[in-house]
Design a protein around this ligand. Structure first.
Ligand code: SF4
Length: 514
């Protein structure tokens, strides 16, 4: 007999306000999570009854308890990101005080810091690695009368102490997994679907090793780790997208969330043909600039790709190579963004500030690289040393960060050449600085002198004005709320503004019609 399983998904981002410790700016969530959809499908196939508590803002205790009663689960499964750790801790206590449900933690944080998670009061078990099959085994065991203890990939808190079972081999052929249970999510609560976008993920893992990413540590937990980067077959991928479309018939555009979309030329060629014939929607995806070629861009554009998300991460070549483990020259980076524009593909650039070994000049190089590459959108974050990453080890070893930290902080490292206030300042005004450098670059005969002037002003004046951070944070938070409001309540206007922005980035208003 199946049991009711409730996934608890804290899907919001909280950041401590500068100068006001203990108070947080909360960015409302509303994002699809492939892992939950996948586990839900496996549970359903095994006869269990999964449901979701999708927390897009932090609930108070009464709200949480009311939702818990409504679902009345036998098993509560938390998906735990490092930044949501303090919330999951509190919600677990509420579950235990308000019900007799069994509690399991899974996701990135328990995989990378299992000992810390197993010590949390109220946690009965944690899942190390992917949970598609482990959660079914646990639900099966709980539906019988036996206390589960020996299930691969799960660690248990038992009366006689912790039991740490080995991690089972990962599923190598993703076609063997069911298509995710999209129905688990309430479409009205998903941000992307409000604007006609559906998110999808056809692969798992990644073959690369970037210093700030925990990917290689996640891979290392499996006995068959050499098969970590896997993709559904082109035919199975189309079946996935067909089912996604049945769930969301009004979809206008797809956003592929794969770490690097379409790894492998043969896969992409076969997928491209099927996709154009059977799906035919415009889409956006993630790429690595060092892998992109004019040929791969042309194939992506032919398939329907309208936008690519790529990491610049740092504008300093040495930081990219030695700290981030990303070997790509400045010239090649600029060339890739130029090629995207020429092929009519808009770009979004990811960036980080506050990296170990970074200083004001190096952070400014990132600003300037964005101004030269001219992506349609710039995304910037403060470097967070997540457990399991090479840069976490480096930051702790150098004494820049403590071993345990609260990932809701605004900044993380205490470095001699780049203070927390300076990091917060450049993070807060990053887009404004990029805009100023772009303006300076737009006047060819004055470019050199204007850039020199901006460099001097930024390094010797701007970085002293750390009091601007609080002011800028409030402005940024108001802008974000305004944008969220438009996306939520006037989605057609959001779509129109976005289409215009992308068209301009792709080289002309005529591109809107594409
Ligand atoms: S940052 Fe992206 S490309 Fe680099 S290892 Fe992580 S998932 Fe792979």
């Amino acid at each position: 007999m199946g049991i009711p399983v409730l996934f608890v998904y804290p899907d919001f981002v909280a950041q401590e306000r500068t100068g006001r410790p203990g108070t947080y700016d909360v960015e409302t969530g509303g994002w699809y999570a492939e892992g939950l959809g996948a586990m839900s499908a496996s549970l359903r196939a095994a006869g269990h009854h999964p449901s979701l508590m999708h927390l897009t803002v932090p609930p108070d205790r009464d709200e949480f308890t009311a939702l818990l009663r409504q679902h009345n689960p036998a098993l509560v499964a938390f998906t735990v990101r490092s930044s949501a750790f303090p919330y999951c801790l509190e919600y677990t206590r509420w579950v235990k005080e308000g019900s007799g449900a069994y509690v399991i933690w899974g996701g990135y944080h328990p995989t990378l810091a299992p000992e810390e998670c197993l010590e949390v009061p109220g946690v009965d078990s944690i899942c190390v690695g992917e949970g598609d099959r482990a959660i079914v085994d646990l639900a099966d065991a709980l539906s019988g009368s036996k206390q589960p203890v020996h299930i691969e990939s799960l660690w248990f808190n038992t009366a006689s102490g912790p039991v740490r079972n080995p991690v089972r081999p990962m599923v190598e052929n993703l076609d063997e997994l069911p298509i995710p249970d999209f129905e688990l999510f309430d479409r009205r609560r998903l941000i992307a679907t409000r604007t006609g976008v559906a998110t999808a993920m056809l692969s798992r893992g990644c073959p690369f090793r970037c210093g700030y990413c925990s990917n290689h540590r996640q891979r290392a937990v499996y006995p068959n780790s050499s098969r970590y980067a896997r993709c559904r077959s082109p035919r199975n991928s189309i079946e996935y997208l067909r089912r996604l479309r049945e769930w969301f018939p009004e979809v206008r555009e797809l956003r592929f969330l794969d770490n690097v979309f379409g790894l492998g030329r043969m896969w992409l060629e076969e997928f491209s043909e099927l996709y154009r014939r059977e799906i035919g929607l415009p889409f956006s995806c993630n790429q690595r600039p060092d892998l992109v070629t004019r040929e791969s861009l042309a194939l992506l554009a032919r398939t329907g790709c309208r936008m690519i998300y790529m990491g610049i991460e740092s504008g300093d070549e040495e930081v990219r190579r030695l700290i981030l483990g990303r070997r790509i020259s400045d010239e090649r980076l600029k060339e890739v963004f130029r090629a995207c524009r020429e092929m009519g593909i808009a770009t979004v650039a990811y960036n980080m500030v506050g990296l170990p070994g970074e200083d004001r000049k190096k952070a400014l190089a990132t600003v300037k690289m964005n101004a030269v590459c001219r992506p349609a959108s710039v995304v910037v974050s403060v470097f967070s040393p997540y457990p399991g990453t090479d840069l976490y080890d480096l930051s702790v070893k150098k004494g820049y960060a403590p071993r345990h930290m609260d990932y809701r902080a605004r900044t993380f490292l205490d470095q001699p050449n780049f203070s927390r206030q300076e990091v917060a300042l450049v993070y807060t005004y990053f887009r404004l600085l990029v805009g100023l450098y772009r303006l300076a670059g737009a006047i060819p005969w004055l470019r050199r002198i204007l850039v020199l002037l901006l460099d001097t002003l930024t390094i010797s004046v701007f970085f002293r004005l750390t009091w601007l951070v609080t002011f800028g944070e409030r402005g940024a938070s108001a802008v974000r709320r305004f944008r969220e409001g438009i996306r939520r309540y006037i989605p057609w206007l959001y779509r129109l503004l976005r289409a215009v922005k992308m068209a301009v980035a792709r080289g002309g208003i005529s591109a809107i019609r594409k």
